[in-house]
Design a protein around this ligand. Structure first.
Ligand code: C5P
Length: 418
């Protein structure tokens, strides 16, 4: 179980997730009864919302909220958020406490061997498109930023290969993400089969919790591929380490970044990464759009517009990232960053989907420092000055009928969660 800072809350909150092979009701029953946990110290249960939420208070000022969510009838997830710890020592004590409780409960609920990997959504704070290359790709210069918003995926060995979806974007995925061998998770499985005889004849069932908008320019599919690589590497003890990044590049231009996360410059097709150290957290609002966009179509539209303007699209100079932009992101300075954010694909996306202009305008009217299409779109990213502003902007956008999510920059890449 991995605890990390929860910047969606004020004052040093931390959060972690864990997974159990049982239904929500059973898990709720166990969590509802701290005396049954098999640990010597237990908190006081102060709020209990049936099958969905439990709040515990400790002798200090710490408060832990466990939110339960079912992936399906036999697979459940919990999120633990700890607030009110007065210092790092108190936070560490909570981390130790919950880690031992959850280990014990996972053991008791036959869940210790579950393999769940997660990978972050990305946005592009800057995206410059250069020459159209002979291999059908474009040379790009991207400033990638990973978000706290993550895709999650579990794998189990099975009688046949299969993929199922759950989570917020489940029905959307059912309509538009392939379940056959063309799904990136199977391509990842096949690519790793070369490194393990056992894997090459083992069938896997994937369960993907879709939390990143589909075909939205936020690398949700690439995140699934990255999480699949990591889950398989972990489950079959392949120990591929940095070799995974090379394998990831063959799966898609954004997959290496989905593995690595954090903040990075991406050159080449976007897969040649250089990490950027940052000193703080940036807060964003994302407005997804229920109608996805095809990335190749957006690139093609940009080329057409450039050709109309008399530009030779195969002779463009290699794009680069401005140094002022790199400084602003390294300092996590939203005011300096906002005017430097730019996306060459934006005008092509807007030509294909002119109605998105309304969302861009609504974002800036709602107080965003900058509203911009993320990657090829149609998701729109709004940069906020801070966490409170992000909440406010999201609320105003929702009131204007643009459903929006709040998230923040994350230093994490793909990881095994359970
Ligand atoms: O690499 P990925 O499979 O995500 O790319 C999808 C499509 O997007 C490519 O087939 C190509 O048409 C376009 N693309 C591009 N230049 C890039 C990345 C993607 O033209 N640097």
């Amino acid at each position: 179980m991995i605890f990390e800072a929860d910047y969606s809350k004020a004052g040093g909150a931390i959060r972690a997730i864990s997974h159990f092979r049982c239904n929500l009701k059973r898990l709720y029953g166990v969590l509802h009864d701290p005396r049954s946990w098999g640990v010597t110290e237990f908190p006081r249960l102060t709020i209990a919302k049936e099958n969905s939420k439990l709040v515990y208070s400790f002798a200090g000022l710490e408060r832990a909220t466990i939110t339960l969510e079912s992936w399906n009838s036999e697979f459940s997830e919990i999120e633990i958020v700890v607030e009110g710890a007065k210092d790092q020592a108190a936070r560490n004590k909570q981390i130790q406490y919950w880690s031992s409780v959850i280990k014990e409960l996972r053991h008791r609920l036959a869940s210790s061997d579950l393999v769940v990997a997660s990978a972050p959504a990305k946005i592009n704070l800057f995206f410059a498109v250069g020459a159209f290359l002979k291999d059908g790709y474009h040379e790009v210069a991207s400033l990638y930023q990973a978000l706290a918003l993550r895709e999650q995926l579990s794998i189990e060995t099975a009688g046949r290969n299969s993929v199922e979806f759950c989570g917020q974007y489940r029905s959307w995925a059912e309509q538009s993400v392939p379940k056959d061998q063309s799904n990136l998770v199977f391509i990842a499985q096949k690519a790793l089969g070369e490194y393990s005889a056992e894997l090459s004849y083992t069938k896997l069932s994937f369960l993907i919790k879709k939390s990143v908008p589909i075909a939205g320019g936020m690398a949700g599919g690439s995140a699934d591929a990255a999480a699949a690589l990591l889950a398989i590497d972990g489950r079959f003890e392949l120990g591929l380490g940095s070799k995974l990044e090379e394998i990831a590049a063959a799966l898609g231009s954004d997959v290496p970044f989905s593995l690595r996360g954090g903040t990075a410059q991406g050159l080449g097709r976007g897969e040649v990464l250089s990490p950027i150290e940052t000193s703080g957290t940036l807060h964003f609002v994302i407005t997804p759009n229920p109608v996805g966009l095809s990335t190749p179509l957006v690139y093609k539209q940009l080329d057409l517009m450039r050709i109309e303007e008399g530009i030779d699209v195969s002779a463009l100079a290699p794009p680069t990232l401005p140094s002022a932009l790199l400084r602003a992101v390294a300092e996590s300075n939203p005011l300096a960053l906002a005017p430097l954010m730019s996306n060459d694909l934006e005008r092509a996306t807007l030509r294909l989907r002119p109605e998105l202009r309304q969302v861009l305008d609504a974002g800036e009217e709602a107080g965003a420092l900058r509203s911009m299409i993320s990657g090829s779109g149609p998701s729109i990213v709004h940069l906020a000055k801070n966490r409170t502003d992000a909440e406010l902007i999201a609320e105003r956008l929702r009131r204007a009928s643009f459903d929006s999510i709040v998230s923040y920059s994350s230093a994490s890449g793909s990881r095994l969660e359970s």
